[in-house]
Design a protein around this ligand. Structure first.
Ligand code: NAP
Length: 293
């Protein structure tokens, strides 16, 4: 079994981005700039935004965070989005989800200028991705695709099973892998909570992608010997073996599944670091006007 080292691959991509950023600054005096909008005090969201800021800084990009209280109204947030859409200093921005319940997330996402939508959540970017047109692809699926590509995992003609059909992970990754493209061309089965015979379907996968949100859901008997397993799940659970008293685990029972898989992503250090780096890559694309010209 070989570990797919997301941390290492993300570091390689970051080094490549840092070179491009330095060149942009030298040649054009242009420094890519990512802004993040954070509403409320959700600790997980604060951590995600902090790691996005840190990643930007590590490659020499500018980053800024716009913080607002949980009581911010939908209208006020729409005004912030409108301001960032117009700000020529900002190449791309994200509105960190989830938003407080009184704000309609779809309304906010649809208000973002698709040209600056580096999270790739706007319907224009999702539609372009489905049509195989240049688009900002949302960070986790984009990160998974690069993880497979850079680990030389053959996808053409393979049976891929994706468990989980969320708009941000399962559905887009299933579309990306079934597209007519050199690093795709897979036969994809998309599973969810109503899928029958899930165990049998998973056990037929050459590549199994778990994006379920249930800790250690995928067990050894659900995996074919030699399969490639990508674990998207992230769960913080108590542990008496770590200093912090917590550890991160995934949607895959690593102990059991690593005995059968040919390649597998660990948690932490698999998909997580790739998600952050993919956002930074989208920001660079925005600064270079690669998608929309
Ligand atoms: P989500 O929106 O909760 O979607 C979960 C999906 O799993 C749904 O489609 C659901 O089916 C399906 N599901 C749930 N229970 C199931 C079962 N017993 N059998 C089969 N399918 C089942 O989750 P998400 O946002 O995609 O996230 C999935 C996991 O990835 C979470 O652990 C999340 O924390 C993690 N995540 C990690 C990253 C990263 O960067 N590493 C990024 C995003 C998410 P239905 O549609 O029928 O309800």
């Amino acid at each position: 079994m070989k570990l797919i080292d997301g941390k290492q691959i993300a570091a390689e991509i970051k080094a490549e981005i840092a070179k491009e950023v330095a060149k942009m600054i030298d040649d054009e005096d242009e420094n890519p700039h990512l802004a993040a909008v954070l509403v409320g005090e959700d600790p997980a969201s604060q951590t995600y935004v902090a790691s996005k800021e840190k990643a930007c800084q590590s490659v020499g990009m500018l980053s800024s965070v716009y913080r607002y209280p949980a009581a911010t109204t939908e209208k006020e947030l729409l005004d912030v989005v409108s301001f960032l859409n117009m700000d020529p200093e900002v190449d791309g921005f994200i509105v960190q989800l989830p938003l407080p319940k009184h704000i309609d997330e779809n309304k906010i996402i649809e208000a973002i200028d698709p040209k600056k939508d580096v999270d790739g959540f706007h319907p224009a970017n999702v539609g372009r991705m489905v049509l195989n047109l240049p688009a900002y692809v949302s960070a986790t699926p984009f990160g998974i695709m690069q993880l497979l590509e850079r680990s030389n995992v053959e996808t053409q003609g393979k049976n891929v099973v994706v468990v989980g059909r969320s708009n941000i992970v399962g559905t887009p990754v299933s579309i990306l892998l079934s597209r007519k493209a050199k690093t795709a061309n897979a036969t994809v089965t998309l599973c969810h909570s109503r899928t029958k015979n899930l165990k049998e379907i998973c056990a037929n996968a050459d590549i199994l992608i778990a994006a379920i949100g249930v800790a250690e859901f995928i067990k050894g008997d659900m995996v074919k010997k030699g399969a490639v397993v990508i674990d998207v799940g992230m769960h913080r659970v108590k542990s008496d073996k770590t200093k912090s008293g917590f550890k991160l685990i995934g949607d895959v029972d690593f102990e059991e599944v690593s005995k059968k898989a040919s390649q597998i992503t660990p948690v932490p250090g698999g998909v997580g670091p790739m998600t952050i780096v993919a956002l930074i890559q989208n920001t660079l694309k925005a600064a270079k006007k690669e998608i929309y010209g």
